[in-house]
Design a protein around this ligand. Structure first.
Ligand code: NAP
Length: 285
């Protein structure tokens, strides 16, 4: 199988590239220098010439607070770019694998994990754009793997965000700064390495659709930070805070844990607990 991987040097892209190569798949890694998903001509020229059997798109504009002020760029990358890729997949008669987010939820309050059949209602421009990207794929294509992930961290660090939460916390602790982390947003931190493994299992099934794909368990960002420090052997001055006090520009869901129900329905096992995945990551640093 020949795979065109867009965003190959990003956080998730790096782990997909590495793991799929280990599994002897032919992966052509494309970075933003080679392909801009918003450029119709470049995408067409490159992808139609490559003739892949699958396009994987990890590209996104996902600096959640910046998105509030830069809606045009946000929608260009997260919606118009996805339409360009969907049209190319339709023309080539191949599936598109694309990533969405737990941030499509949040406007109504739930305290149990969201399944794929729960109605998404985002609370930010980023979440709205990612939901629109989902709609575009489902409108254009029948063959797609639409994957909602949550709280990603991987060794490459998020290109779009400059780092990832684990590395940010460790850096702040090493700088000896007082750290305040929100304790009223609940998520499932998820390892990009674990996602890459599960994606490989998923493409072996050839089952298309919308899938939640996260590690299991849940915590607040504050609890996530405390676990990072425990595993890294650090004891910084950390205290919990509220979203209101923290005052980020964009709203975030108070609870956005995802139930991986559709993966289980096609016979794939749940991914490991977030604490075990985090331990692996810290041990490998
Ligand atoms: N990170 C999270 O916690 C999280 C949570 C939920 C969902 N997601 C979703 O998961 C996916 C992967 O996230 P990630 O953390 O791996 O992001 P990332 O590290 O920022 O990787 C995104 C990659 O896409 C590239 N890119 C950005 N704009 C592009 C464009 N217009 N054309 C082509 N390539 C472009 C980036 O290149 P440059 O850096 O050179 O621009 C980067 O290599 C995204 O769809 C994101 O929305 C992420």
């Amino acid at each position: 199988m020949k795979i065109a991987l867009i965003g190959a040097d990003g956080q998730l892209g790096t782990d997909i590239y590495k793991y799929f190569k280990e599994k002897d798949l032919e992966v052509i890694g494309l970075t933003e220098k080679e392909i801009d998903v918003c450029d119709l001509n470049i995408c067409k020229d490159l992808l139609i010439k490559l003739k892949p059997d699958l396009i994987i798109n990890t590209a996104a504009f996902h600096q959640v607070d910046v998105c509030e002020d830069e809606a045009v760029t946000t929608f260009d990358v997260n919606v118009a770019g996805v339409k360009i890729l969907s049209d190319i997949c339709l023309k080539l008669d191949i599936p598109l694998m694309h990533f969405s987010t737990d941030f499509v939820f949040g406007r109504y309050h739930k305290e149990t994990p969201y399944t794929e059949s729960d109605c998404p209602k985002p609370v930010s421009i980023y979440g709205i754009s990612k939901l629109a990207g989902e709609c575009v794929i489902q409108y254009v294509l029948k063959k797609y793997y639409l994957i909602r992930v949550c709280g990603l961290y991987g060794h490459a660090g998020s290109m779009g965000k400059g780092s990832n939460f684990v590395e940010l916390m460790i850096r702040l602790a090493e700088e000896g700064k007082g750290i305040k982390v929100v304790d009223d947003q609940i998520l499932t931190p998820t390892s990009t390495k674990d996602v890459a493994r599960k994606l490989h299992e998923l493409i072996q099934t050839g089952k298309y659709g919308l899938f939640h794909m996260t590690n299991t368990g849940s915590c607040s960002w504050y609890e996530f930070a405390c676990e990072i420090f425990k595993l890294a052997g650090l004891s910084p001055n950390i205290s919990p805070t509220t979203s209101e006090e923290f005052g980020a520009k964009a709203r975030r869901p108070a609870y956005s844990v995802l139930d991986n129900k559709n993966l289980r329905a096609i016979g794939l096992e749940d991914m490991g607990n977030w604490k075990e995945a985090l331990k692996d990551y810290i041990d490998e640093r």
